[in-house]
Design a protein around this ligand. Structure first.
Ligand code: ATP
Length: 245
């Protein structure tokens, strides 16, 4: 559903991401992890069509971003790490605006259950400017989910949520994957990534260090079978992946 081939993004000749390739299948949740500056946001923004790759090819739902940008962008939703709601629209109006922009016909029927799922129903008539940071984050995710996109890109979706919000958001994300969406999540919360994601991609200094299930990541880290993702992450980012045997 999401295919990235040889993606490179350079700024003034310096590569923020180099020759990165990976794919996310329908129904799969892929975790994108890496130290600060590894290139996670750059990768998500390029897939969202906000940044133009210096080199490489990105395809979403069969549409190559360079050749069919509108079709590719219609198939995906991108939620950045910092929410930017419209201060003077209410929560309900955000959903109606999204429905009008994307021509979603049954949005009214979808909006109520979606707001209930994300614990925003009581805030339906509240202005976005009066919401807490975590609620604004949930509103941005509600607008993304309303569209039922085939690919969903989430940059740090759990930051700012309370413990219950984190648990419920994990379930909401799983539900979308269960319905067939391909989901790419960037996060520093390795324990949550371990619980939520089917596979993990470790980026470091713009390069792919490891990609696979937790077992495959452990093997790449040459670490014991019960190691957590955090242990494998440090082993890989601090001493590099072991060569395949
Ligand atoms: P974090 O975990 O801190 O959010 P990240 O993995 O998302 O980091 P990016 O924001 O993708 O990292 O940045 C990757 C690299 O690209 C960094 O070295 C950053 O300084 C550089 N970079 C990002 N945007 C620009 C820009 N507009 N101009 C120049 N360099 C940039």
């Amino acid at each position: 559903m999401i295919e990235v081939e040889g993606f490179t993004k350079s700024y003034d000749g310096l590569a923020a991401v180099s020759d990165l390739s990976f794919a996310v299948q329908a129904g799969e949740i892929l975790g994108l992890v890496g130290p600060n500056g590894a290139g996670k946001t750059t990768t998500l923004r390029a897939i969202a069509g906000i940044l133009r790759p210096t080199r490489g090819r990105i395809t979403v739902a069969g549409h190559e971003l360079e050749r069919e940008p509108v079709a590719a962008k219609l198939a995906l939703a991108y939620v950045p790490d910092t929410p930017h709601p419209y201060d003077l629209l209410t929560v309900g109006e955000h959903l109606r605006f999204t429905a009008l922009a994307y021509r979603i016909e049954d949005s009214e029927a979808r909006a109520g259950p979606l707001l209930a799922e994300l614990e925003l129903l009581e805030k339906r008539d509240a202005l976005a400017s009066t919401l807490s940071r975590g609620m604004q984050q949930k509103l941005a995710i509600a607008c993304a989910f309303l569209r039922e996109p085939r690919a969903i890109l989430l940059d740090e979706p759990l930051t700012g949520l309370d413990p219950r919000g984190i648990r419920d958001m994990r379930e909401s994300i799983r539900r979308r994957a269960g319905a067939g969406a391909a989901i790419l999540i960037s996060s520093h919360l390795l324990e949550l990534v371990e619980k939520l994601c089917h596979r993990v991609l470790i980026l470091h200094r713009g390069a792919r260090l490891a990609l696979g299930t937790l077992d495959e990541i452990r093997a790449a880290a040459a670490i014991h079978r019960d190691a957590t993702l955090e242990e494998a992450f440090f082993a890989i980012t601090e001493r590099g992946p072991s060569p395949p045997s």
